[in-house]
Design a protein around this ligand. Structure first.
Ligand code: SF4
Length: 485
């Protein structure tokens, strides 16, 4: 059997996990490998960043798409013609094909540049760059230096600072290079053999969550990864101690009060309500009339509105419910339209909507952070926005510190707590059920509306999603008051 073909992305997949690599090779059509809307948006933004990075190499030759051999041949020609830089420079060695973002002449050799849409160089970039440098050197290219060209956090739209920053990774790459040939051999053998036995662990989360996560990890509320605030690193530590289930925890294990409440709820199968809930609700809101606020934001790799930096969130939508006496509530919403900066208009509408209340509930401090940033970006309304921020009360701690339902599965995200506490309400009837998807869809609606088939429908779906977030808070507060009483 011929050696399986490796590319730099497969090399990186193998570096994360050989089972992931094996599935990528043997099940290329697996549904898990089809990018979802959020990942596709990340790829699209990455492509845009690469296109802008290319403009910083004047006189460069871009190797066009085509077969591996045609691209390799075109690269040879560009080298022979003495191109100052070659973009998508293609090489192969030992069955590994790579296309280098930029190979720029420097003295008697070349700098190998890997373009990333991240805002810094990361450890995970080192094997990625190392395999490219190794293949290029096998082809006689004198790679003198390697760097990651990434977005610069200090850049502000439209033209404050440079959009790109450069981090030299030569030392780390040179240190990694001797590992490349044995890793190539290992990955090829692994791809050609039966599915490798790989235990779950930290590598399932790092450098990114594995697409096959749900195939490998158990769906078990008692699994140790479900323990409140354990996280990937904590789970890995427990695994090393032989603890895989919450039931395996040694007696006397030091745990946060919330995790202890979780275990008690799992053992009894019942919701735990601390007697402190009533006082906490009174302290948080007293007898004030309450509003409920939720934002949706867009995050663009390359910022498009004034004073924004790469990947900085900008508020573009809000939903606001307000108590109106009895069981009645009013509702107001805003969703930006068109590609212009909506933050001043949004601030004005939000200030108008919320002017009559003393307390406004948010779920997690996200809205507080965003309003503080709005105050910087819309200085004419800064004092009113700061006054609004002072009215905000985070609802999440009211649940976290005082209530645990076995259905929470160790999470206090609004989507995880809503259905266990308010069984007649969920997000399942909505077309959009996730904040990240909402963010990507809003960006489509604002910036590439011509590509959206049914704009009115998408707009309504987005309005429904954000409204559900604040309505969920209304219902959760009602339920908390009920159980506290
Ligand atoms: S979930 Fe973990 S063990 Fe399973 S393929 Fe992915 S990285 Fe490997």
């Amino acid at each position: 059997m011929a050696d399986p073909r490796l590319t730099k992305s497969r090399f990186v997949a193998g570096w994360q996990c050989q089972k992931l690599l094996w599935w990528t090779e043997h099940e290329p059509d697996a549904t898990e490998l089809v990018p979802d809307k959020v990942l596709q948006d990340r790829f699209d933004q990455g492509r845009h960043v690469t296109e802008l990075a290319r403009l910083t190499f004047p006189g460069a030759t871009l190797i066009p798409p085509g077969t591996d051999s045609a691209r390799i041949e075109a690269t040879k020609l560009a080298l022979d013609f003495g191109a100052p830089a070659i973009l998508e420079a293609a090489f192969a060695a030992d069955g590994v094909f790579v296309a280098i973002d930029a190979l720029a002449r420097e003295g008697d050799g070349f700098a190998l540049v890997e373009v990333k849409s991240a805002t810094s160089a990361k450890d995970e970039h080192v094997p990625d760059v190392a395999v490219q440098a190794w293949v290029a050197r096998q082809n006689g290219i004198n790679v003198r230096r390697t760097e990651v060209m990434h977005l610069n956090t200090d850049f502000r739209h439209p033209d404050t600072g440079n959009l790109f920053a450069h981090t030299d990774v030569t030392a780390q790459v040179e240190e990694f290079l001797p590992r490349v040939p044995p890793l190539i051999a290992e990955f090829k053998a692994s791809m050609a053999g039966p599915i490798p036995e790989i235990a779950i662990g930290l590598h399932c989360h790092e450098p990114r969550t594995c697409p096959f996560y749900d195939r490998c990890w158990p769906d078990d509320p008692w699994h140790i990864s479900m323990l409140y605030r354990t996280g990937p690193k904590g789970t890995d530590t427990y695994f090393r101690q032989g603890v895989h289930s919450i039931r395996d925890l040694p007696p006397g294990q030091k745990l946060p009060a919330i995790a202890r409440r979780q275990i008690k709820a799992l053992e009894t199968g019942k919701m735990i309500v601390e007697p402190t809930l009533k006082a906490a609700l009174r302290d948080a809101m007293g007898d004030a009339r309450v509003g409920f606020l939720d934002f949706e934001t867009v995050n663009r790799a390359v910022p498009v509105w004034n004073a924004l930096g790469p990947w900085r969130a900008a508020v573009v939508q809000f939903s606001y419910h307000e108590e109106a006496g009895g069981n009645k509530h009013t509702h107001l919403a805003y969703l930006a339209e068109g590609p212009h900066d909506p933050q001043a208009e949004l601030s004005e509408r939000m200030l108008e909507a919320t002017k009559g209340v003393e307390k406004i509930l948010m779920y997690t401090p996200y809205e507080h952070t965003q309003i503080k940033q709005l105050a910087e970006r819309v200085p004419s309304m800064a004092s009113d926005l700061k006054a609004l921020a002072a009215k905000l009360v985070d609802m999440a701690p009211l649940l976290r510190e005082h209530v645990y339902h076995p259905g929470f599965n160790g999470s206090f995200s609004i989507k995880d707590v809503l259905n266990p506490l308010v069984p007649d309400l969920s997000y399942n009837d909505l077309a959009i059920v996730d904040g990240m998807v909402a963010s990507v869809e809003i960006a489509r609606l604002l910036f590439v509306a011509h590509k959206v088939k049914d704009r009115d429908q998408l707009r309504n779906d987005l309005l429904d999603y954000c409204e559900r977030d604040t309505w969920a808070m209304v219902r959760l507060l009602g339920r908390l008051r009920e159980i506290a009483a």
